[in-house]
Design a protein around this ligand. Structure first.
Ligand code: ATP
Length: 267
């Protein structure tokens, strides 16, 4: 399962339950990526080729990586990560070599998802900003994608914050020809994300998450996650002076008194 060439070889443990406020987006992901992998016969019977590349685009911290990991985990697919900026910092020829390795390993471990984070740094629009290295790396990526068999057992997911900053050659048929926008969550979405990230927290009864969802306009998933993490840290700071941290393990009774309150969330 390990893909040596990947930045972080892993089989992610996130599930669809961990993704908040993106029901429609998740539905599209499942149709474009999950279904061809689990039921290729449907696509064969209909005479259509499953997508080989899907672009997830939207602002930072909205859950693009999370969704990709969730789909890989749900269908038990091998997951290899390539970081756009990191691969571009390699020495001459190494970037292409790395891409080839990842694609090769993915092919040997089907079903596989190849996740290319910040793909715009590999394949910026072909204008003056695209130098010799980018041209070579894009050419390599395109040829690897063209070489994928069309059974849908290897899918490449690319992410970007700006979809129109990507080389158009990458968005042609048979490459990244599907796009899903992962936007900033609305109130209901924020509520779902807050619920997910407080699932394991001892939240006090006076805390009204719906109200926090109302008051956090413009927050993305990552912001909401740090908001509740910070609240839990505030709860810890509140009780810390009263704890005997030099002694034995803190007792279960004491741990049970830990609580994240309204005030912890506000400060
Ligand atoms: P970037 O463009 O910066 O790579 P991203 O869209 O890939 O951002 P993620 O890495 O998926 O963002 O999000 C960072 C963290 O924020 C996630 O690990 C998760 O804990 C939290 N998060 C973001 N979006 C959501 C969401 N929709 N539901 C639940 N948690 C979320």
């Amino acid at each position: 399962r390990d893909v040596e060439a990947a930045d972080s070889p892993e089989s992610p443990s996130v599930t669809y339950e961990d993704v908040g406020g993106l029901d429609d987006e998740l539905d599209q992901v499942r149709e474009m990526i999950e279904l061809p992998m689990t039921h290729p016969e449907l696509f064969q019977a209909l005479g259509i080729e499953p997508p080989q590349g899907v672009l997830l685009h939207g602002p930072p911290g909205t859950g693009k990586t999370l969704i990709a990991k969730a789909v890989a985990n749900e269908i038990d697919a091998n997951f290899s990560t390539i970081s756009g900026p990191e691969i571009m910092s390699k020495y001459h020829g190494e970037s292409e070599e790395r891409l080839r390795e990842v694609f090769e390993e993915a092919g040997e471990n089907e079903p596989s998802i190849i996740f290319i984070d910040e793909i715009d740094s590999i394949a910026p629009k072909r204008d003056d900003t695209q130098g010799e290295v980018e041209r070579r790396v894009v050419a390599q990526l395109l040829s690897l994608m063209d070489g994928l068999e069309d059974r849908g057992q290897v899918t490449v997911i690319g992410t970007t914050n700006r979809v129109d900053s990507i080389d158009n050659a990458l968005r042609r048929g048979g490459r990244f020809d599907r796009e899903i926008e992962i936007g900033v969550p609305d109130t209901e979405g924020r509520h779902e994300v807050l619920q997910i990230h407080t699932r394991e927290m001892p939240i006090a009864d006076d805390v009204d998450l719906e109200q926090y969802a109302d008051n956090t306009h413009g927050f993305v998933g990552a912001d909401l996650e740090s908001l509740v993490r910070e609240a839990a840290m505030n709860a810890l700071r509140r009780v810390r002076p009263d704890l005997d941290l030099e002694g034995d393990e803190i007792s279960a009774e004491t741990l049970e008194t830990l609580e994240v309150t309204e005030k912890d969330l506000r400060s």
